[in-house]
Ligand binder design. Structure first.
Ligand code: SF4
Ligand code: SF4
Length: 62
């Protein structure tokens, strides 16, 4: 199962939310002011979130 990690020291949370808007599998959710990562079970490893994140805060691994 893919492992999805956010470095919260780099992430801009609700000010950005690019990953929430862009993931086709809705893995990321806005929770309070930050980003919550759901289960990687649905992740297709498309790497869209990694490519779009302006802070390079997302790490996807198999
Ligand atoms: S795209 Fe990156 S900086 Fe923006 S909310 Fe997601 S993890 Fe944070
Ligand atoms: S790699 Fe693709 S499917 Fe997986 S969390 Fe990122 S945008 Fe979503």
């Amino acid at each position: 199962m893919p492992k999805i990690e956010i470095d919260h020291t780099k992430c801009d949370g609700k000010e950005c939310a690019e990953c929430v808007d862009s993931c086709p599998m809705s893995i990321f959710k806005l929770e309070n002011d930050g980003i919550a990562v759901g289960s990687g079970a649905e992740c297709t490893l498309c790497e869209l979130c990694q490519d779009l994140c302006p802070s390079s805060a997302i790490n996807i691994s198999e």
